[in-house]
Design a protein around this ligand. Structure first.
Ligand SMILES: [Zn+2]
Length: 498
């Protein structure tokens, strides 16, 4: 019976042609320097069942070690580097729109958003798998991933970390497939030496579907196909990603469950009052003063994230300052620790000291050579403050009575003396009037509409006039500073508090 034989022969030829076609496709890819087949280990058996997939590998992708919870961000950054872009995982996070105060990395939805914003065509991200038909449907998912690899499009997949029950979900960057060993090749962002790791395809297909329901699984894949030419650049300065990372680490350091955290950039506010009270303080004091101070004085944020610890009472303040910062506070109100990059407050004494210390925190990056007398004068002016005409405004406060007494006693030094005090002299050899004299000089300047002018002129001319005394005379338009002092003293004596 010739016909059946012929048919059989035709069938063999047909299969042979497919095999050749696949081989040719593989060779064509090999010729392209961007993809190559990994070397076949000796003695390995090719799978005998199911469809066969040619080897493929996207070479030259740098592997980055993820920051905590930034596995998806790291995977995306790796491929951006491969595309020649100077982008890091923070850059990816910052494109996601994820609120840093959530203190975590991107979930799939946010990662998809980031990738879209960066310029990738991710394709459909979520795929439903009917459990009853899982083998066939998973094979289809794999085939689509593999087809993309052949087109040099890697994929970020969200999969279980490993087969243990309760294993976390984890993003990995799939870069290739090795046909002889039937292994998936991927970058592992979470571990050292994570580049071009291998996993048997069977295990990959087991870990890939997320089994939230009994009858339907979810498969997540984000394709990294550039939709346009991508231009990405690592962001300078503090960004949302830095805050998210800081908050994650902070969560591990919190001394107890009674502590809450609120982000008020450039500060992170932490306290053991109720969550509602802390939120109110973060908004009405920290954020408000930040906005006001930046509007009138300070362009630059501090170079690092600063923590503001608001302890609810004296006991909490003293106990936690010792435990967290190894410090015995020298003041009952609060202080700014440069070493710990933290403002440490007993908030029961009021918000005045907080604003005072915030001025120091901003002065440091904006006017690093500012002498102590003006730094303390401006900071203490805002110990008692509010808004006037949309600007921060200092009011008279408890420092007035002592100053009036010193004026009556003729014990207040000249402004030339005040301005020329060194840091050591200001703090350690204070005749008892330094803070108040500096504060009420600032107050006088404020009331005469000269304080902001003085600050900016002083700062600009600080190289020539580091004490600010010459600038003070110029802004006051006075040559006779003794006469000015007499006028100022008379003015201060008429002030009242409360
Ligand atoms: Zn101070």
């Amino acid at each position: 019976m010739p016909r059946p034989k012929l048919l059989l022969l035709a069938g063999i030829v047909f299969v042979g042609l497919i095999a050749v076609a696949c081989l040719t496709r593989e060779r064509a890819l090999l010729a392209d320097t961007k993809t190559k087949a990994p070397p076949a280990p000796s003695g390995s058996a090719r799978p005998t069942k199911g469809p066969r997939y040619p080897s493929v590998l996207i070479e030259g992708v740098p592997c980055l070690r993820q920051k905590p919870d930034f596995c998806g961000e790291a995977c995306a950054a790796m491929y951006l580097r491969r595309l020649g872009q100077d982008a890091d995982q923070d850059y990816v996070f910052d494109r996601s729109g994820l609120d840093p105060s959530k203190a975590r990395g991107c979930y799939t939805k946010e990662l998809a958003e980031a990738l879209k914003n960066i310029g990738f065509r991710t394709g459909d991200v979520w795929h439903k798998i009917a459990v009853a038909q899982a083998p066939r449907q998973m094979e289809r998912q794999w085939a689509a991933l593999h087809a993309d690899l052949l087109r040099e499009i890697p994929s970020i997949v969200c999969m279980r970390y490993d087969a243990r029950p309760g294993a976390s979900e984890h993003f990995r960057l799939v870069l290739g497939y090795d046909a002889p060993t039937d292994e998936v090749i991927y970058h592992e962002p979470a571990e050292p030496n994570g580049a071009y790791r291998r996993m048997p395809r069977g295990r990959f297909l087991e870990l890939w579907p997320l089994k939230y329901a009994n009858d339907t699984w979810t498969v997540i894949r984000l394709r990294l196909e550039p939709a346009c030419s991508i231009v990405a650049k690592s962001s300078a300065g503090l960004t949302g990603a830095d805050y998210a990372q800081h908050l994650m680490k902070l969560a591990e350091r919190l001394p107890g469950k009674e502590f809450h955290v609120v982000l008020a950039s450039p500060f992170v506010v932490i306290g053991d009052e109720s969550a509602e009270t802390l939120r109110r303080r973060a908004k009405r004091t920290v954020q408000w003063a930040t906005d006001m101070l930046k509007q009138d004085y300070f362009k630059k944020d501090p170079a690092e994230i600063l923590e503001i610890w608001l302890f609810k009472d004296k006991a909490s303040y003293e106990r936690h300052a010792a435990a967290l910062f190894r410090a015995k506070p020298g003041t009952p109100f609060g202080y700014f620790s440069h070493t710990d990059r933290a403002l440490v407050m007993n908030i029961a004494t009021g918000g005045g000291t907080l604003v005072h210390e915030m001025v120091h925190a901003f002065m440091e990056p904006n006017f690093p050579t500012c002498p102590a007398w003006f730094n303390e004068g401006l900071a203490s002016l805002y110990e008692q403050c509010g808004a006037e005409d949309g600007h921060i405004h200092g009011y008279t406060n408890w420092r007035l009575a002592g100053l009036q007494k010193a004026i009556r006693g003729g014990r207040v030094p000249s402004f030339k003396t005040l301005c020329s005090t060194s840091t050591h002299e200001f703090y350690e050899e204070d005749p008892g009037t330094n803070y108040a004299q500096a504060r009420y000089l600032c107050y006088w300047l404020q009331q005469h509409g000269l304080l902001r002018t003085y600050f900016h002129r002083f700062r600009a001319a600080a190289a020539d006039d580091p004490t600010g005394y010459q600038t003070l005379m110029a802004v006051l338009d006075r040559k006779d500073m003794e006469a000015f002092k007499r006028q100022w003293e008379a003015y201060v004596l008429k002030l009242s508090f409360p």
